[in-house]
Design a protein around this ligand. Structure first.
Ligand code: PMP
Length: 430
């Protein structure tokens, strides 16, 4: 069955369509923080942040089904759904971020954010980190670092060194905020000298795709000052940390304590239904509409809005942000108790945790048989064998990433820790 699906994918969907695992998993059902494969095996899901309130939450399923049976159409007709949800969503923001534009994907939202900065500044120069991903439209892909664009990296994009926990910019974690800001200042000067001018910087406030480096309150303060002085906009990509994932705050920018000009949202927003958004100030929205207009056939439709509203209902009713803070702390504590010489750093907030491996020596001084990358790959595979699905990030794909649906509970945390302990133990004896 699995082999058949792999063959059909290659034949019909083309090559290089990514799957996880040496032996890809065929998932047929989901509930809460669990997934089941076609053989009836249950897995603990430590990967899927899109199913934010849990797989197939009955409240969300019911809301989607009810609205789908009533009406689904575009936003050129009047409908309460989009307005009621927009009212609720914008109430979660401060800094006059009071207007919202809906899209279907995070990529589209980031594309719009870039155009908002162009509209406001009249400039085209953008900055992102040198180890990031913000989406797959042509413009946004130019910020991403995975594959060079055909024709090379465009000159109006500057990629600055990303923060790092093991090798911090400026030589220490204390020096890193200032050193990061210096990278931004240098890039702004280059963009201006090249004639592009500076429109804005796009960043994820937990640097999720950079591998979740340690950043604490105030980290971006020097950067914000540099960006403001240069007249650019701060485009905050909350696609990963948003909606309470990080436990201590509903948004990543709230945790770091800065005021973005534009915030983009996606993944967890509607529990897997394709809903994303751009939230901004009225002056920025007006400049964008004036310069570009904008219509998106599917975005903001009544079914999408019902899915997003029901997701917010569950986040609120089940106090998932607080739950994430409590369980995430338990999980991090448990991970801290695990010992293995190649664990270089453990970090994270709420339900978003990272375990970084280094190319280290065994306790007896013998060289490790494989690099941090190979070790991390084996742990991901080993966890799957033990019934836990998780992922990895980092420049060398050497950082384990734990990012479960928010209802992930204490029992799941215990099972994941036992599996991880067992996995690391088997590495010691390998
Ligand atoms: N921003 C970030 C930080 C992301 O991680 C992603 C997707 N991984 C995107 C944007 C793009 O979102 P989408 O896949 O919905 O287009």
């Amino acid at each position: 069955m699995t082999t058949d699906l792999i063959t059909r994918r290659a034949q019909r969907l083309g090559p290089n369509l990514p799957t996880f695992y040496d032996d890809p998993v065929h998932i047929v059902h989901g509930e809460g923080a669990h997934l089941w494969d076609a053989c009836g095996r249950r897995y603990i899901d430590c990967y899927n942040n899109v199913a934010h309130v849990g797989h197939c939450h009955p409240h969300v399923v019911e809301a989607i089904a009810r609205q789908a049976a009533t009406l689904n159409t575009h936003t050129r007709y009047l409908h309460e759904g989009i307005l009621d949800y927009a009212d609720r969503l914008t109430a979660y923001f401060r800094h006059d971020l009071s207007q919202v534009l809906f899209t279907c994907t995070g990529s589209e939202a980031n594309d719009v954010a870039l155009r908002m900065a162009q509209a406001v500044t009249g400039k085209t120069g953008f900055i992102a980190t040198d180890n990031t991903y913000h989406g797959n439209t042509t413009a946004v892909a130019h910020l991403s670092t995975r594959r060079p664009p055909i024709g090379g990296w465009p000159d109006h994009i500057r990629r600055i060194p990303a923060p790092d926990s093991i090798a911090p910019l400026g030589g220490s974690l204390a020096a890193q905020p200032q050193a990061f800001a210096e990278g931004v200042a240098k890039a702004i000067a280059e963009l201006k000298a090249a004639g592009h001018g500076f429109a804005g910087i796009m960043l994820c406030p937990v640097f999720a795709n950079e591998g979740l480096p340690e950043v604490t309150e105030g980290f971006l303060a020097p950067t914000v000052e540099v960006v403001r002085r240069a007249g650019g906009l701060i485009l905050c990509d909350e696609v990963q940390p948003g909606f309470g994932r990080i436990g201590t705050a509903f948004w990543g920018h709230e945790r770091l304590g800065f005021a973005p000009d534009v915030v983009t949202l996606g993944k967890p927003m509607a529990s897997g239904h394709p809903v994303a958004a751009v939230v901004t100030r009225p002056d920025i929205m007006a400049a964008f509409r004036e310069a570009f207009g904008y219509f998106n056939t599917f975005a903001g439709n009544p079914v999408s809005m019902a899915a997003a509203a029901a997701t917010l209902d569950v986040i609120e009713a089940e106090a998932l942000t607080r739950h994430g803070e409590i369980i995430g702390a338990q999980l991090l504590d448990g991970m801290n108790a695990l010992t293995y010489p190649q664990i270089a750093s453990l970090r994270g907030a709420g339900m978003f945790l990272a375990m970084e491996f280094s190319d280290a020596l065994r306790p007896n001084g013998a060289p490790v048989p494989h690099s941090a990358n190979a070790l991390c790959g084996r742990i991901v595979e080993g966890m799957r064998t033990r019934g836990v699905l998780l992922g990895r990030v980092g420049r060398q794909q050497h950082i384990l990433k734990l990012r479960p649906p928010m209802p992930f509970g204490a029992a799941e945390a215990r099972d994941v820790l036992a599996a991880l302990g067992d996995c690391l133990e088997s590495e010691q004896t390998a």
